[in-house]
Write a protein that binds this ligand. Structure first.
Ligand code: AP5
Ligand code: MG
Ligand code: ZN
Length: 214
């Protein structure tokens, strides 16, 4: 099963993608997590990506597309994958379709996690992320067992650099300009499904499972 998670920053793409990956036994591929891991490890890619991410802008397609195309051709993607944060522009979606076409495949589902802008800014201020393993928490909706420590790996959890209110606003406007057009792109392909992302996380997941099948 090959799935794309669409949705504004903070809509809950990552939260849901992790659960999908666990239930359907497919890898969770988050471009944001890949960039953050590169920043943490001080790679060239990380240095380049950071300048864009800190401003709430998109990392250029040249730096993003090849990375994803390489990743989805690895062995563990044979039975599918869930893409989180990619594609984010029409050219990225076209690059993905072209790469899949070469191996006579297509995407199965594009799931739009729909959350209005008003709800987003509040959510982001409460998010805490583990930069070591990628786990995500929320101080109110999904707290860690021990304050400030990741449940999975014990590392410190932090407010992401791009989760400051002004940067969140910028990311939202970038989303509306560059990413929202993908909703029509996948609607035209007949694979778009929408879920109400304002519901509690477990209910959102139940709705997704109803779409994907048990
Ligand atoms: P990325 O890491 O993808 O960030 P994003 O799209 O802005 O989305 P987030 O990760 O912030 O939110 P999410 O939807 O995953 O929500 P989450 O589940 O964490 O990208 C970061 C940056 O990298 C981009 O700005 C760009 O610069 C660059 N980049 C990445 N991919 C790129 C690409 N393809 N092309 C170019 N540049 C790219 O949930 C948010 C919070 O809400 C959490 O605290 C969570 O616990 C809580 N929450 C989740 N669901 C619920 C719920 N139902 N109710 C209450 N709280 C909830
Ligand atoms: Mg995410
Ligand atoms: Zn962790």
């Amino acid at each position: 099963m090959k799935i794309i998670m669409l949705g504004a920053p903070g809509a809950g793409k990552g939260t849901q993608a992790k659960q999908i990956a666990a239930k359907y036994q497919i890898p969770h591929i988050s471009t944001g997590d890949i960039f953050r891991a590169n920043i943490k490890n001080g790679t060239e890619l990380g240095k380049k990506a950071k300048t864009y991410m800190d401003q709430g802008a998109l990392v250029p397609d040249e730096l993003t597309c090849d990375l994803v195309m390489d990743r989805i051709q690895q062995d563990d993607c044979k039975n599918g994958f869930v893409l989180d944060g990619f594609p984010r522009t029409i050219p990225q979606a076209q690059a993905l379709d072209a790469a899949l076409k070469k191996i006579s495949q297509t995407m199965d589902f594009a799931i739009d996690v729909d959350v209005p802008d008003e709800n987003i800014v509040n959510r982001m201020g409460g998010r805490r992320a583990c930069l070591n393993c990628g786990a995500t928490y929320h101080i109110e909706f999904n707290p860690t067992k021990t304050e400030g420590k990741c449940d999975v790996c014990g590392n410190e959890t932090v407010l992401r650099d791009d989760d400051k209110p002004e940067t969140v606003q910028k990311r939202l406007s970038v989303y509306h300009e560059q990413t929202q057009p993908l909703i029509d792109y996948y609607k035209n392909q007949g694979i778009l499904k929408s879920v109400d992302g304002t519901k509690p996380m477990d209910d959102v997941f139940t709705d997704i499972v109803a779409i994907l099948g048990e």
